[in-house]
Write a protein that binds this ligand. Structure first.
Ligand SMILES: NC(=O)c1ccc[n+]([C@@H]2O[C@H](COP(=O)([O-])OP(=O)(O)OC[C@H]3O[C@@H](n4cnc5c(N)ncnc54)[C@H](OP(=O)(O)O)[C@@H]3O)[C@@H](O)[C@H]2O)c1
Length: 345
């Protein structure tokens, strides 16, 4: 191993990886772990490590790593090569954007929703793009206990370790306040909350198989900006369910951190999908929806892909319990300045 990593000419320190999973790191815990195997370890452990001279020595050593050093290249940070992901609801809308983004980073992506044939067809379309990842589609229903169990079994039959679980499947119900039906809660919560929790629970053994201190397993839940700010829009049970998703994310992040499983959520604003087709399918209405977003547009596939590649790559391994605002500023929109009227007067 040592001969693969040249002696640092400036300080005469050999650099060698401690294990296949412990790449030379320029910062963070990995530096100390890897450096612990090298002659700079005593300097790092010594209290003089805080002196400028020692910091310079360590920095000089780490900055002379060979060009092929994988630690901070975009590929090392965001590649998902060798990882297997499950995206529920991955045949349409945000799930499909996610599946494609994961595949472009090299992942094998399992796509599951109630319409198994649609999942198979989308997997075939995505495989035809010719990116480095692969896709497989099959049926899976997260709205019932039997459905969740069957889906977990189907995933178990396809892989021995699950590196990424994207809980994306979701549904909504809209009605005016006085008319909102009782069943509009059961239906929405069974998919958006109970199904998400139960599937995560059933897949924990597979996630633990993939979890590693250097590269944790990842759970990414799809919440919504409507779970963050008081925006009912007639979708009462939906908005409440998304707040529950965000809280589930934080609680599971806390409980699973020690298992090397990160749990984060995306809180999207408007994206083109079946769920929002009433407002985004037509170009004119889509533009009008975009005008209502502070950055002036609806979300794009690359917004989903970029967030996921960050959260699921090595570069995102230290982030857990976050609810990422993916809403073009809706999450920080407030009314006009409270003193504006006084200035006008
Ligand atoms: N689009 C937006 O503006 C927006 C904004 C914020 C959050 N979101 C969230 O993003 C996620 C994806 O929604 P989307 O907007 O992309 O809408 P979408 O195109 O309607 O996607 C929803 C997906 O969930 C699947 N699904 C629904 N019920 C299911 C069940 N019981 N079991 C398994 N899969 C099920 C659907 O597939 P099948 O019909 O085949 O089951 C579908 O592929 C949802 O969680 C949604 O709340 C969307």
């Amino acid at each position: 191993m040592v001969q693969c990593w040249p002696t640092n000419a400036a300080v005469g320190i050999p650099i060698h990886p401690a294990s296949p999973h412990t790449y030379p790191q320029r910062s963070g815990r990995g530096t100390v772990m890897r450096a612990a195997a090298s002659p700079i370890a005593p300097l790092i452990r010594h209290r003089d490590a805080s002196t400028p001279a020692c910091r310079h020595l360590i920095s000089a050593t780490l900055n002379h790593l060979p060009d092929e050093c994988p630690s901070m290249t975009p590929d090392a940070l965001f590649s998902l090569n060798g990882k297997t992901a499950l995206v529920t609801g991955g045949a349409t809308g945000i799930g499909r954007m996610a599946a494609e983004g994961l595949m472009h980073a090299g992942a094998r992506v399992l796509i599951a929703s109630r319409k198994g044939e649609a999942c198979e067809a989308v997997a075939a379309e995505l495989n035809a793009i010719g990116c480095s990842g692969q896709a497989e589609g099959f049926a899976g229903d997260v709205s019932t206990e039997e459905g969740v169990n069957a889906l977990a079994e189907a995933v178990n039959a396809r892989c021995e370790a699950l590196h990424i679980l994207m809980n994306n499947a979701g549904t909504t119900w809209g009605a005016p306040l006085e008319e909102f039906p009782y069943k509009g809660f059961d239906r929405v919560f069974s998919v958006n909350v109970t199904g998400m929790f139960a599937l995560t629970q059933r897949l924990l053994p597979l996630l633990r198989q993939a979890a590693h201190a250097e590269d944790p397993a990842r759970i990414v839940n799809v919440g919504s900006v409507m779970g963050e700010i008081p925006m009912g829009d007639g979708a009462y049970s939906y908005a409440f369910s998304k707040s529950a998703v965000h809280q589930m994310t934080r609680i599971l992040a806390k409980e699973l951190a020690g298992d090397q499983i990160t749990v984060n959520a995306l809180a999207p604003g408007p994206f083109v999908s079946n769920m929002t087709a009433f407002a985004t399918a037509d170009e004119n209405t889509r533009e009008r929806v975009g005008d209502g977003v502070p950055v002036g547009r609806v979300g794009r596939a690359e917004d989903i892909a970029g967030s996921l590649q960050f959260l699921c790559g090595r570069g995102g391994s230290y982030v857990t319990g976050a609810v990422i605002p993916l809403s073009g500023g809706i999450n920080v929109s407030t009314g006009p300045s409270i003193f504006e009227r006084a200035r006008e007067a």
